[in-house]
Design a protein around this ligand. Structure first.
Ligand code: ASP
Length: 654
């Protein structure tokens, strides 16, 4: 988000819709910011963001904006003003425009201007407030139909608090103006305060679902269980399922019905799915035993096609006896509550590579093996020091790669490979996932640390990529450290060139054929960054440029989705848009970071290329993929000490 866009947001105009006679009170207020007429930059994709109220989990919202193709986001609400859209512009950003419609009565839900805005939305977000106003103002109106049509058209919808309460096929409508307490619901399951709403929104995968919000914080387990029981009984549908979402957390459901969970605190999504009718539903206190509950956390995945949860945080069952949870249930809930109220430890992660290739155990002496691992450890420590102290992912990537550029073991900076005519021409790129800004250089000859030059291009030039003598000149103008080209020279690389001159690629010392370096990082603010630096390939000619400085091929980063750095036969990585391919598989197909990385490397293998890549998703999960027998690599996170690996069969701990 540029300062300019922020400014635009601050001066967003409130539009007041006058009725035709010019006198009656307007049925809605309208606010907007950004470029309303620009085309949607990306492709929209289906998605549902179920937010439990409270603060926003930024990676979830980044995912939502990505599903909306970074286009036009429309906030719909029935109270307050433009505070949500302003918060969005300040904290999230990445959209082409934002609009807010605040409904003050039912007629606005048939207003042609309102309907037109909603029809053109790339992403719709329903704010918090009082859900009974949504039910009264929207249910059965043209707007209701449009919301369903928006989702059918493959565009994302999200809601928080009251906005989440109405996303399921069934909802708690709070139609009596109150807010149902669990204690009351459990005592009077058939009481008039249990106001159930049907036939409002019709979203995929939520046909049997009733949602609830502010879940653990407001102890809503009891009321959701009562509503599930009522619906199972009244609808004669034992499959009625409850999903409760904790505050400052979101469950994001993709096109294939896979839900992933994000939280700023130790929140959970609670899956309550008894698959049977209650033991007894009478006017008197409620009884229902063995109600199965599954807690979904950031490492879990909920498949809404089957309601199976992989890697759940916990599974337990609760008993309601005579209108109250029994002792065991109360103890279980108190335990979860305790956990959930602890602030989540700040998570950060850093992964690096030092090139992929034919690196077998027999190729390295114990001393060489140890030297590579020590070099990887030193680089990890440089980046980890920054991340541990709350620094940015971008700073960590740059610092990490500078250490490896200075190390003659790797094919980047000092120790880079030679071109066919005995020169050293360096390539590097860096990308900031939060702004999607990027910088790259190619064929530079005198900059000691090309990764810093790439960053300078990103931050201090209007361009993304500079090449050759122009890049060298920009480097001098930026006062970056200059060295004589002989600084980069190592005897080992010179011998490789001589061997190459005799017998082309086959003659290169195979263990040292590769050595490109790369890093990806997630900082504790949730921002991703990626960078790559290389000398390219031995014997390269005619100003050859590989994938490393190409944004989308060797390097890519997008907050909430993934950061990637690649290494290998660059020509193939360019042709397969390798780095961006990993991110698109995650964002558009809902693949996990590991499957997306494996599939991308397979696509490169499919056209004859070899190499590997490192990738990290928005939550900091790390994947390594390669179709070579080795890749120098390492990882360190806020939860795990540094770990390095070289050979393909080595496990890396994270
Ligand atoms: N990908 C680099 C290039 O083609 C080389 C490597 O990763 O080893 O320039």
């Amino acid at each position: 988000m540029s300062n300019f866009q922020r400014l635009v947001a601050c001066v967003a105009l409130a539009f007041v819709g006058f009725a035709a006679d010019g006198k009656s009170a307007p049925p809605y207020a309208y606010y907007h910011a950004g470029n309303l007429t620009a085309p949607t930059p990306g492709k929209t994709a289906p998605g549902m963001m179920l937010m439990g109220g409270g603060e926003w989990a930024a990676p979830a919202f980044h995912w939502f904006v990505e599903q909306a193709g970074h286009g036009h986001i429309v906030f719909l609400r029935a109270s307050y003003a433009d505070d949500l859209q302003n918060g969005f512009l300040a904290e999230i950003g990445g959209a082409t425009s934002v609009e807010t419609i605040v409904f003050s009565d039912r007629s606005a839900a048939s207003d042609p201007k309102v309907l037109d805005i909603v029809r053109h939305a790339d992403g719709i977000f329903l704010g918090g407030g009082d859900q009974s106003r949504y039910v009264r103002f929207w249910k059965g109106t043209p707007l209701n139909e449009l919301l369903d049509a928006h989702v059918r058209a493959g565009k994302p919808i999200g809601g928080t608090s009251a906005g989440l309460a109405i996303l399921g096929a069934y909802s708690y409508g709070a139609m009596d103006g109150g807010s149902l307490k669990s204690t009351v619901a459990l005592k009077h399951p058939l009481g008039s305060a249990v106001t159930l709403v049907r036939d409002f929104l019709h979203l995929p995968y939520l046909a049997n679902v009733i949602t609830d919000t502010h879940f653990a914080a407001r102890e809503r387990q009891g009321r959701l269980i009562v509503m599930i029981a009522r619906l199972a009984h009244e609808e004669k549908n034992p499959a009625i399922t409850g999903i409760g979402v904790d505050e400052s957390s979101a469950l994001c459901i993709d096109a294939s019905g896979i839900g992933r969970f994000y939280t700023r605190v130790n929140g959970y999504a609670w899956l309550i799915r008894p698959m049977r009718e209650p033991d007894g539903l009478t006017r008197g206190p409620f009884n229902f035993r063995d109600i199965p509950v599954t807690l979904i956390g950031p490492d879990s995945a909920l498949d809404l096609k089957t309601f199976e949860v992989s890697r759940p945080v916990s599974r337990f069952s609760l008993n309601v006896v005579d209108g109250r949870f029994d002792e065991a249930a109360l103890a279980t809930l108190a335990g979860v509550q305790n956990l959930a109220t602890q602030p989540a430890p700040k998570h950060w992660a850093l992964a690096i590579h030092g090139g992929a290739g034919v690196i077998e155990r027999s190729d390295l002496t114990p001393a060489q093996d140890a030297a590579y691992r020590a070099a990887l450890d030193a680089a990890l420590e440089a980046g980890a020091t920054i991340l541990r102290n709350g620094g940015s992912g971008l700073d960590a990537v740059e610092a990490t790669l500078r250490v490896l550029e200075d190390d003659p073991l790797f094919n980047a900076g000092k120790g880079a490979v030679f071109t066919a005519d005995g020169r050293i021409e360096l390539d590097a790129s860096i990308m900031d996932g939060s702004t999607r800004k990027a910088g790259a250089v190619s064929g530079v000859t005198r900059t000691k640390n090309p990764i810093s030059l790439a960053r300078a291009v990103m931050e201090h030039s209007p361009h993304v990529m500079l090449a050759g003598s122009g890049a060298d000149q920009f480097s001098r103008e930026q006062n970056l450290e200059q060295v004589d080209p002989s600084y980069f020279r190592t005897e080992r690389r010179w011998k490789e060139l001589e061997a190459w001159r005799k017998d082309q690629a086959a003659a290169i010392d195979k263990t040292h054929r590769y050595g490109t370096i790369g890093a990806v990082a997630l900082d504790e603010s949730g921002h991703l960054a990626a960078g790559t630096s290389t000398g390219g390939t031995t014997g390269k000619r005619w100003g050859r440029v590989g994938d490393s400085p190409i944004i989308g091929a060797g390097t890519y980063a997008a907050d909430g989705i993934c950061a990637v750095s690649a290494t290998g036969t660059g020509e193939y990585f360019i042709r397969m848009s390798a780095a961006r391919q990993v991110c698109d598989r995650i964002a558009w197909k809902g693949e996990s970071v590991q499957s997306a990385s494996d599939a991308t490397i397979a696509s490169i293998g499919g056209i004859g290329g070899d190499g590997g890549l490192i990738a990290m998703d928005g939550a900091g999960h790390i994947a390594y993929a390669m179709n070579t027998v080795g890749m120098y690599r390492g990882v360190v996170t806020s939860d795990a000490a540094a770990s390095t690996a070289i050979y393909v069969d080595e496990k890396i701990l994270h």
